[in-house]
Design a protein. Structure first.
Length: 587
């Protein structure tokens, strides 16, 4: 960490337009500025359209600038939702976006009934333009273990309803890239080598997804591909469709947006210009701050990865009696969603029974084919600073936290404050003899929780403390200067569970789902020879980048025979949609 002032604050900085921190657009000037920010649109490539209980839906998420069809740099967070015919959210997942790209999956549990569903993809910024801006595709879920199948029974509407809001034939474009195999017929558990060739040089460079899936005997429309998506969403709005006085969904430009209000505890009056500190606890803690606006609202972005889905939010002044409310954006209005009307029939019974049996067998051996979660880079709570570390088991133990500081730490301890609470100060690490002396307090954290009232921790049981880490630089947090950081780690690591202050609130937050490397089945080592393999999805690559004339892939067939389709969907760096496919037969 650099010496001098290091800023740990994170206010809301949206295109340098301070008034964006308001929910309501208050002037024509604000509206004009907002309309200069491009609107977004989303394509979700997935492994549907038919899902059974016990299966996963895998998807990749592509977010675009609606004005130029290039990858969007606006939103850093995207959302995928599953909605049922009663217009209820069955689930909503949050995913991190890197240059507009993200990926995820969800498991279809036996709690989800059979029926026609809608898969939605969007960002918070897109919600300003309503349902028309949002990606929508049909999914059919079949729960063969439930007695009630009314969601897929004939209601008299006719099967034409599923095609009412979807394109007709599947559109493909093989003029830019092509798929090549050395043969078209394969044996069970045989390796398939596939070559993707780029015919257009740099015009074919881009980001693509690949799936290899058994063709379903159930008569449903295929999922929307990239070419059909581009045609259907060609005319979506290019700017926000709001007016002065309207409420605004804030874009998540610098990470996950966390916001709420601060009011006086006795009167409920909003408090302006109040510094707020947000702690995301843990050994790899995250510390943010914000200042309330004239309506008592505070906003901050969660940019770093965090382990615990908990935020401790408090005002920096420990003597200020306040009420803090953490808020969440309202759900997208889905009352106008139109659903497909796929129905069960007698001809489907055999295919449904077979697939159900295969799923049960596959789930028995799921642990042998695990996906791996990508851990990413560890979060450095000190932003590169190297702390002094005191492992208390290496010293004589003292009963209280205050005594421990006195007896063990030479550079930190309590200072008397005649005008208020005693505070902890960390000695300056002077760079020059001319550096001014200060009496600033330290930032004190217990298991990553910001401690506003240092005096309240004097009698804390020191036997519970594992380590104390010190950084001796100066920091700015919540409009205040601090001398150093003291990070206390307990053996249990869960101080946030018992932390209770009059000026603080603990709130659960929804973490983005983890990014995964998906398992690829191989044969030839003998490890799987006696294990049944009834995979319908032979290969799933949510993202790969094509930057040359070709790319090669390998996968193995399973114990299932029949026709399997290989589909590549994606977009060139210039925004052109690409969809190509070919088939193989397994005998």
């Amino acid at each position: 960490m650099n010496r001098g002032k290091t800023f740990l604050s994170a206010g809301i900085f949206l295109i340098s337009f301070h008034a964006w921190s308001q929910y309501v657009i208050k002037s024509a000037e604000e509206l004009a500025t907002l309309k200069k920010v491009p609107q977004e649109k989303v394509f979700v490539n997935h492994t549907g359209p038919v899902l059974f209980s016990g299966e996963y839906l895998y998807y990749s998420f592509h977010c675009f600038n609606a004005q130029n069809n290039r990858s969007s740099t606006i939103s850093k967070v995207g959302y995928v939702a599953l909605v049922n015919e009663d217009r209820e959210y069955v689930l909503e997942q949050k995913i991190k976006l890197d240059k507009g790209a993200g990926q995820g999956d969800f498991f279809v549990s036996a709690d989800i009934p059979s029926g026609n569903y809608k898969l939605l993809g969007y960002t918070q910024w897109m919600k300003n333009n309503g349902l028309g801006q949002v990606f929508k595709d049909d999914l059919v879920i079949i729960n063969p273990y439930a007695a009630d199948q009314s969601g897929l029974l004939d209601t008299g509407a006719g099967s034409a309803a599923i095609t009412a809001n979807r394109p007709g034939p599947v559109k493909m474009d093989s003029s830019t890239i092509g798929l090549f195999l050395n043969k078209s017929v394969f044996a069970k558990r045989e390796k398939v080598s596939l070559s993707l060739r780029n015919y257009k040089g740099s015009l074919g460079f881009g980001t693509y997804s690949m799936k290899v899936r058994k063709k379903s005997r159930l008569n449903t429309l295929p999922p929307m591909n990239a070419v059909a998506y581009a045609a259907r969403y060609l005319t979506v709005a290019r700017e926000i469709d709001l007016k002065v006085g309207d409420s605004l969904f804030l874009p998540e430009q610098r990470g996950e947006l966390l916001y709420g209000t601060v009011t006086r505890a006795d009167t409920g009056v909003p408090l302006a210009d109040i510094p707020v500190v947000v702690s995301l606890p843990g050994a790899e803690f995250v510390l943010n701050s914000a200042t309330t606006d004239q309506d008592g609202n505070f906003y901050t972005y969660l940019r770093k990865d965090y382990k615990e889905p908990i935020a401790v939010i408090q005002v920096a002044d420990p003597d200020l009696e306040v009420d803090i409310a953490v808020k969440a954006p309202r759900k997208l209005d889905v009352s106008d969603l139109q659903f497909g009307n796929w129905q069960l029939d007698e001809e489907s019974a055999g295919a449904i029974k077979k697939r159900s049996v295969y799923n049960q067998i596959e789930n028995q051996f799921f642990g042998l084919r695990p996906d791996s979660v990508l851990l990413g880079d560890p979060t450095d709570p000190f932003d590169g600073g190297v702390p002094e570390v005191f492992i208390l088991d290496e010293y004589t133990r003292f009963p209280t936290f205050q005594e421990t500081l006195v007896e063990i730490l030479n550079n930190a301890g309590y200072r008397n404050n005649p005008g208020g609470n005693d505070y902890i100060r960390i000695a300056q690490d002077f760079e020059t003899f001319k550096e001014a002396f200060n009496s600033f307090p330290a930032i004190v954290l217990f298991d990553g929780v910001y401690i506003a009232n240092h005096e309240a921790m004097k009698e804390f049981d020191a036997k519970k403390i594992k380590t104390i880490r010190l950084i001796r630089d100066q920091f700015q947090l919540a409009n205040k200067t601090y001398q150093g950081i003291m990070a206390v780690e307990t053996f249990d690591g869960n101080y946030y569970e018992t932390y209770n202050a009059q000026n603080a609130v603990k709130a659960s937050i929804t973490k983005p789902i983890p990014k995964k490397n998906y398992y690829v089945q191989t044969y030839g080592t003998g490890d799987f020879e006696r294990i049944p393999d009834y995979r319908m999805l032979l290969f799933w690559k949510p993202y790969f980048t094509l930057e040359g004339n070709s790319a090669n892939f390998e996968f193995f067939t399973s114990d299932l025979s029949g026709e399997f389709e290989i589909v590549v969907d994606g977009f060139t760096t210039y925004g052109k949609p690409i969809s190509v496919s070919t088939s193989i037969t397994v005998e």
